[in-house]
Design a protein around this ligand. Structure first.
Ligand SMILES: [Zn+2]
Length: 393
């Protein structure tokens, strides 16, 4: 008679006194984490029996073990204007992000030859890169205008793609002044809404100069999927969240979620500070990392988390939730990502919460305004499906 295979432990994260453990929603009692050969979390306990053949990684006292970070708005499709030159491995995995969501770099005409063939099919592990599909047929093929001419927009074709590929998690539309002139933005939004309704997937809307948030939401009154408004801390007047302050609570109740989407031109220290101090409910932190923002503005998700920390309003516990469970929930991935639990895949990021006596950590906004803080997060390493990848920053 054959005996069932023993799911042996081959990696243990051993927390030093002071190190913290976060389960995606909150801090929990710290314990060592045992990861089995099949990549699942086998045990969380202070008393794991360690044999010599087990790899042990010590977590320093300023370490935070949390679910693998989920970047809900990034660009990694290499044929698109913004994703050019970025790679999953170098720009995301090695910077602390375990799950990367490309936010509409491709549309229905380009997503198969670009994101599917060059990202999905080239991953070493499945399900660690996902995408929104852009309602514009060619996605973000060039820098600016994709909704000026909507003759070729095709909601049904977009929805069919979204239903055909499980790695397409939502529909994306950009509605700033540069992407949708007056006269076309409402029609483009109607197409995006139809595609999201048919495919039963969330709709991510990029805001900026251009239509105001309330005007956009007026067009979506009968829409019943999640609405994700990204670039919420952009400081441009017409699309600013500060213009609809009285409606924040109402929006939250109807399923509108606000995402950071730092990017190159979409994060203002002043807007973030004012909004957070006024009780704004930020749902998720994301980089909008692309070929321009990757250098200084949004080099990594831990850097963008540190920008939220900078304002001194949101607790560390909540900042981690906004970068793990919350973005996973938006795209229906909360069973696979965004949590640490015995029996689940070991998708983990180990952060260091660095503190200094002097404010030496530097953060820039879209106007190149500098702010300094005496604390920040950086990634030490990630565990993906049980495998360790060291971070490079
Ligand atoms: Zn973007």
């Amino acid at each position: 008679m054959s005996t069932p295979p023993i799911n042996k432990i081959n990696l243990v994260l051993k927390l030093q006194p002071g190190a913290k453990l976060h389960n995606g929603k909150q801090f929990i009692t710290p314990g060592n984490i045992a990861i089995a050969e099949d990549g699942t979390i086998k045990e969380i306990s202070p008393n794991i029996v360690l044999s010599p053949d087990i790899q042990i990684i010590e977590i320093p006292e300023d370490g935070i073990v949390c679910p693998g970070l989920v970047d809900g708005h990034a660009h990694v499709a290499p044929d698109s204007f913004w994703g050019e030159g970025l790679t999953l491995e170098h720009d995301f995995l090695m910077q602390g992000t375990v799950l990367t969501i490309d936010a509409g770099s491709d549309g229905p005409n380009t997503i198969e030859s670009d994101f599917r063939d060059k990202v999905i099919n080239k991953q070493d592990l499945p399900n660690y890169a996902l995408a929104y599909i852009n309602i514009a047929p060619d996605g973000l093929k060039d820098e600016k205008a994709e909704n000026y001419n909507i003759d070729k927009h095709d909601a049904r074709k977009t929805a069919e793609m979204a239903l055909r590929y499980p790695w397409i998690v939502g529909i994306k539309i950009r509605l700033a002044w540069l992407q949708a002139k007056e006269g076309t933005w409402k029609a483009a939004l109607r197409h995006a809404k139809e595609a999201a309704t048919i495919s039963q997937k969330p709709l991510m809307i990029h805001i900026g100069h251009g239509p105001g948030i309330l005007d956009i939401l007026k067009e979506l009154e009968d829409f019943d999927q999640k609405i994700i408004i990204t670039h919420c801390f952009q400081g441009h007047h017409s699309g600013s969240i500060m213009r609809c302050k009285d409606d924040w609570k109402k929006m939250q109740d109807r399923g509108v979620y606000y995402d950071m989407g730092n990017g190159e031109g979409s994060y203002s220290h002043q807007t973030a500070e004012e909004a957070l101090n006024a009780g704004f409910n930020l749902w998720s932190i994301s980089t909008d990392k692309h070929k321009k923002s990757k250098w200084e503005m949004a080099p990594s998700l831990p850097h963008c988390m540190s920008k939220v920390l900078l304002h001194g309003v949101v607790k560390v516990e909540d900042i981690i939730k906004m970068s793990t469970y919350n973005p996973a929930f938006l795209i229906g991935q909360e069973d696979n990502h965004g949590s640490i639990e015995v029996g689940k895949q070991a998708n983990i990021t180990v952060l260091q919460h660095q503190k200094s006596d002097i404010p030496k950590f530097r953060f820039l906004d879209y106007q190149q305004a500098e702010r300094f803080n005496n604390e920040q997060f950086r990634s030490l390493f990630i565990v993906r499906n049980g495998n360790v990848t060291q971070s490079i920053i």
